[in-house]
Write a protein that binds this ligand. Structure first.
Ligand SMILES: Nc1nc2c(ncn2[C@@H]2O[C@H](COP(=O)(O)OP(=O)(O)OP(=O)(O)O)[C@@H](O)[C@H]2O)c(=O)[nH]1
Length: 567
């Protein structure tokens, strides 16, 4: 109901209209006639006549007569929206449209009913909020030192071995001119800054949306796709701590991953036990400065730090050099070291997540991580006939002086179903249940036997400094000749291939000893899912493995008892 009150007299004599209105509103009757003698409402140019309302709608809610009286006795033209602050007294908020109470144009009104608003208008509250925010706000450049300052030419090598000239200690909270404060003290501006810096879409799509521009990006680098490590974080696993890296690229919209096992980055014991001159496995694109004025806090949150982060964030991590991250510059003499062990692993939801035993993908992922994390004999001490024991794999540091901490990476490619995707793989499984093998099922669905490509994986290796262009090269964990050829074609130096033997075959043919070894394996199971778990086995797995060898040329010998002609 409109509550524009009739004009009031300066002495607060209620008009007849006011009294009529009061009587109407407080009356119990539902059949009142038109108001008699009412004066027009404020601003209303139509006197009561044929056009005037014959009846006012019945109010369902009881009306507080005292409230109405108070308004009538009070101030000037007021709507109910302004009711709360229309009657000014010092300390209350004045009517929005009227001059302030101190204005000489306003007459003091004796005996006015005082109605104080406990809440300021929204605009006023926002203004106060902003002022308060500004007082607590720390400029972005103060949130950690800006990364625009020149980096030392030398790069840090790790948390304990770092020298002051190679690594600059970092306060995660504030600049040097302020006393150190924990970053949790002031979360609001930090989160604003981090949210503004968040790359929540594909980096390359964000930078230049559209397929055409992605093609243009590729042209800039020849035929090679661009990759960028968007973030990295430490993950503790049954195989030790590792760093998970997430990549964007220009070739597809998938988020490929790199699981980096490089214990010297996190453990001083492993660093001491490693050959001098061992280079940390770090992403070049992650370590780069991404924009002018990027703060240390932004870099830390995306994982571009050296060392280990601790609660409070102070004193342990440092910002890496952007030119040659992770190298121990003081070491000039080349010292013999193991080559990084690399696995290019293709996503397999069924095998890795729900424990399918149609394939050995889950076991392979676990086995690859286990093998990379194991202490390794130096090449000159290499004893191919001795396989490390499960006890070795549990040990945090090398079990003998002839071994050094392992290192390497699993590149986890989102190429589900050998590149055909999960939907098509599920359909292929139904064909397999009808008796076809994995290759035939793919072909029947109109796919290639294997549709994977290795260009993005090669670029990720290059980004991690593992493509071998600077002399090192890798050992590749695979039985698949296409992987070796695919990476070599992309310029990766594969110095050695290391076979992946299914655990079931190892246990049975004595390669790992006997069932007792397998029992040990099960014992060390500490993770959830298949990581840290045992072996996959079963008739369907046997068939799958045989197909890989017999139809896809995988370079592994089928044990006698598993050959089809022996069954
Ligand atoms: N299309 C199809 N893909 C499968 C099937 N079983 C597993 N995969 C996929 O195969 C990929 C693993 O590749 P494999 O050929 O088993 O092994 P590989 O990686 O080429 O070879 P290795 O390096 O020796 O292990 C994963 O992407 C799985 O999702 C299947 O029956 N059909």
């Amino acid at each position: 109901m409109p509550m524009v009150m009739s004009s009031r007299s300066a002495h607060h004599q209620p008009s007849q209209g006011d009294l009529d209105l009061l009587a109407l509103l407080t009356s119990d009757s539902s059949s009142m006639g038109p108001l008699s003698g009412s004066t027009p409402a404020h601003g209303d140019t139509h006197p009561h006549g044929p056009k005037a309302k014959k009846q006012l709608p019945r109010r369902e809610n009881p009306v507080d007569a005292l409230l109405i009286s108070a308004v009538l006795a009070g101030s000037g033209p007021v709507t109910r929206h302004h009711l709360g602050h229309g009657v000014a007294r010092p300390g209350a908020y004045a009517s929005c449209d009227e001059p302030p109470a101190s204005s000489p144009s306003r007459d003091p009104i004796p005996n006015k009913v005082v109605m104080r608003s406990l809440q300021a208008p929204r605009s006023e509250r926002l203004r106060v909020q902003q002022e308060a925010g500004a007082q607590h706000h720390v400029p972005l450049e103060k949130l950690g030192q800006s990364s625009t300052s020149p980096e030392p030419a030398t790069s840090p090598s790790g948390m304990e071995a770092r020298s002051p000239k190679t690594a600059r200690s970092m306060s995660l909270s504030f600049g040097k001119d302020r006393p150190k404060r924990r970053m949790s003290i002031d979360p609001a501006p930090v989160s604003q800054m981090l949210q503004a810096a968040s790359p929540n879409v594909n980096f390359f799509a964000h930078a230049q949306p559209g397929a055409a521009s992605q093609t243009a990006l590729r042209r800039q680098t020849g035929s090679r796709p661009l990759v960028r490590c968007m973030a990295r974080t430490r993950i503790p696993t049954p195989h030790g701590e590792l760093f998970l890296h997430l990549y964007h690229n220009t070739a597809d919209n998938k988020e490929h991953l790199a699981i980096v096992i490089d214990p010297i980055q996190l453990s001083s014991e492993d660093r001491a036990a490693s050959p001098k001159g061992r280079r940390e496995i770090r992403s070049r694109t992650l370590n780069e400065q991404w924009r002018e004025g990027e703060t240390d806090m932004e870099r830390v949150v995306r994982g571009a730090y050296v060392g280990r982060l601790l609660p409070g964030g102070e004193g342990q991590a440092s910002v890496p050099s952007t030119d040659r991250p992770g190298r121990i510059e003081e070491e000039t003499e080349a010292v013999e070291d193991i080559l990084p062990l690399v696995r290019i692993h293709s996503e397999c939801f069924t095998g890795e997540t729900i424990g399918s035993m149609r394939c050995d993908c889950g076991e392979q992922l676990d086995e690859a991580m286990r093998l990379i994390a194991q202490p390794q004999p130096l090449p000159s001490h290499s004893r191919q006939d001795i396989l490390p024991t499960p006890a070795d794999s549990r040990a945090a540091s090398p079990s003998s002086s002839a071994t050094v901490p392992g290192r390497g990476v699993v590149i986890y490619m989102r190429q589900e179903g050998r590149g055909i995707g999960l939907l098509e793989k599920i359909r292929a499984y139904n064909l397999q249940d009808l008796g076809h093998d994995t290759v035939t099922a793919n072909l029947m669905l109109g796919h290639g036997a294997d549709e994977r490509k290795y260009d993005v994986a090669a670029e990720i290796l290059r980004d991690l400094g593992l493509a071998g262009e600077e002399g090192e090269g890798i050992r590749l964990l695979t039985n698949n000749p296409d992987k070796v050829g695919g990476l070599a074609k992309e310029g990766v130096q594969v110095r050695e291939r290391v076979g992946m033997v299914p655990r079931d075959w190892k246990c049975r043919d004595g390669g790992l000893g006997d069932e007792q070894d397998y029992a040990d394996w099960r014992e060390r199971r500490a993770g959830v899912g298949l990581i840290g778990a045992g072996k996959a086995s079963g008739v369907e797995l046997e068939k799958y493995l045989r197909t890989k060898v017999e139809r896809m040329g995988h370079m592994i010998d089928i044990p006698d008892e598993h050959r089809a002609d022996k069954q």
